[in-house]
Design a protein around this ligand. Structure first.
Ligand SMILES: C[S@@+](CC[C@H](N)C(=O)[O-])C[C@H]1O[C@@H](n2cnc3c(N)ncnc32)[C@H](O)[C@@H]1O
Length: 227
């Protein structure tokens, strides 16, 4: 039987990356594109950035938005079935099939843009992006930008759609990481100060930061400078 969805998937998979990138940029709502605009208005030259995407998948959720605009790109991903698509989507990039939590401990390279598009809840022994820190900060160049997925709170509709969100383990990990008694309702100020304080302990000061909405997940974007 003719399966239109399957046909479209095949065409998309085989599309050369430069054309795929153009098609992708026609999509309407692309929060990462808006983040890039805000970075540029903060005098960040994307062409000078050495970027690391810590959770790569195939790169089609948001890495395509910035991957072609930066100086260099490295992508980490645990799922080896994503490797061919990553190589195809970013022929110029270094692609590593690794557990990012182990890789962050081994890595001694420096990056000036680190993007952490982590899963939203608990997975394996991990939760959101919490165990990447504080080590991740030490991979920052003298000047670097970190972009992370954060979830201030969720409403009932979101909980109905993703019942595993804010399970007991996740709430306990959030309580510890953000040092709060209300892990299900975080203010932007609480989130901001958690990452700022952590960076300070690693001798980085946060020069500026902002939040940008994706859905119930926000990008938290902060600019670090080595002290
Ligand atoms: C939200 S998706 C990333 C989407 C991607 N940034 C993009 O632009 O298309 C999260 C990815 O994290 C990967 N992942 C989960 N645990 C991981 C781990 N421990 N190390 C590396 N990657 C992991 C999953 O396989 C999944 O592909």
């Amino acid at each position: 039987m003719f399966d239109l969805k399957e046909q479209i998937k095949n065409i998309w998979y085989k599309m050369p990356p430069n054309i795929k990138y153009r098609v992708y940029t026609l999509k309407k709502s692309r929060p990462m594109e808006e983040v890039l605009t805000r970075l540029q208005s903060n005098n960040i030259n994307l062409r000078e950035l050495n970027a690391l995407e810590v959770f790569g998948k195939t790169g089609e959720w948001h890495t395509l938005d910035y991957g072609y605009k930066v100086k260099s790109l490295e992508v980490w991903e645990i799922d080896s079935s994503c490797k061919a698509s990553l190589k195809r989507n970013f022929p110029f990039a270094t692609v590593k099939i690794v557990d990012s939590y182990m890789e962050v401990e081994r890595c001694n390279k420096k990056y000036s843009l680190i993007v952490i598009d982590n899963p939203m809840s608990t997975y394996g022994d991990y939760c959101e992006h919490f165990s990447l820190f504080p080590k991740m900060v030490t991979l920052c160049d003298e000047n670097a930008i970190i972009i992370i997925n954060v979830i201030p709170k969720i409403n009932e509709d979101t909980k109905a759609e993703y019942p595993y969100l804010f399970n007991d383990i996740q709430l306990e990990k959030r309580r510890q990481f953000y040092k709060t008694n209300c892990p299900d309702k975080l203010t932007f100020e609480e989130i901001d100060s958690a990452y700022k304080n952590m960076a300070l302990k690693e001798h980085f000061k946060t020069e500026w930061s902002f939040f940008h909405k994706r859905n119930f997940v926000y990008y938290y974007v902060f600019k670090l400078k080595k002290i």
